[in-house]
Design a protein around this ligand. Structure first.
Ligand SMILES: Nc1ncnc2c1ncn2[C@@H]1O[C@H](COP(=O)(O)OP(=O)(O)O)[C@@H](O)[C@H]1O
Ligand SMILES: [Mg+2]
Length: 262
């Protein structure tokens, strides 16, 4: 499964630099401070997870990295260049796999290539990514014929077909049942190892962050500031009952203000 991408795609990733970013929204004249002086750098190929209370500004941070918004103050850069607009090198995957209901899985995955005029040149990539996410038998299915896990896989494939250098994941498995979620976590890890992209994952799930990421960042209540950062050194695959991870989990829950007997 993993070889297909490794053989056809050179490992490519970017460094992401978020520097002194403060962000505010104007809510009908009311000023809403969302991010408070956030600085965070991801090395090329690094996997970083973001944890933080609901509404603190996590999705906003991902949208800034995607180039969908510009920070009120501070800088967001990829490989040293300012990020000013969306780009297929940086792709955001949401919790809701918003596939086009009238298009088949294959046609959904083709969307980005079509929009970029690359469909003829890179159509072969569709079959490769279908294989990667284990949906090769479902190319002609419509979204309503897929389970939640399959739809989320199709959404991942639709991102991966563009060979993103930065994958921004906004609670991508939040709506899946727990078994599907565990499978998807392993699959995401395989994809990341083989494709080599830089990954920034927002999750509510402390265990998910610890199983996947090289570094876990904890954000405060809105306006979000970084309150803690832990480095996870364990090699993959990680065991959730690894005593070091259990200790890290306890300390992260404390930093999130949740008592450790949860
Ligand atoms: N486009 C927007 N305009 C105004 N307010 C927004 C906008 N997007 C998000 N917000 C507000 O900013 C805050 C942070 O939102 P968000 O980044 O989505 O938080 P999180 O992902 O951590 O739950 C919330 O209070 C939300 O209502
Ligand atoms: Mg969010």
């Amino acid at each position: 499964m993993s070889l297909a991408l490794a053989e056809t795609t050179p490992a490519s990733s970017i460094a992401l630099d978020i520097e002194g970013v403060t962000h505010r929204y104007d809510l009908d004249g009311r000023d809403l401070a969302v991010l408070d002086d956030v600085s965070l750098s991801l090395a090329p190929g690094e996997f970083v997870a973001l944890l933080g209370p609901s509404g603190c500004g996590k999705s906003t941070l991902l949208r800034l990295a995607a180039g969908l918004e510009t920070p009120t103050t501070g800088r967001v850069r990829e490989d040293g260049r300012p990020i000013a607009a969306p780009d297929p090198d940086r792709i955001l995957v949401f919790q809701d796999a918003t596939l086009f209901p009238w298009r088949t899985v294959r046609a959904n995955i083709a969307t980005g290539l079509e929009a970029r005029g690359l469909i003829r040149e890179r159509e072969y990539r569709i079959d490769e990514v279908l294989k990667l996410v284990k949906l090769e038998g479902f190319a002609d299915f419509y979204p309503h014929q897929l389970s939640g896990g399959m739809a989320q896989r199709a959404a991942l494939a639709r991102a991966l077909v563009n060979d993103p250098k930065l994958l921004l994941l906004d609670e991508p498995f939040g709506k899946l049942d727990s078994l599907t979620r565990l499978k998807m976590q392993n699959e995401l890890l395989d994809l990341w190892k083989n494709a080599g992209f830089t990954a920034l994952l927002v999750t509510h799930d402390v265990e998910e962050a610890l199983l996947l990421a090289d570094r876990v960042i904890v954000l405060s209540d809105r306006p979000a500031a970084i309150v803690a950062e832990v480095r996870v050194g364990q090699p993959h695959p990680r065991r959730r009952d690894d005593p070091d991870l259990v200790a890290l989990r306890r300390s992260l829950l404390e930093k999130l203000g949740i008592s450790h007997d949860v």
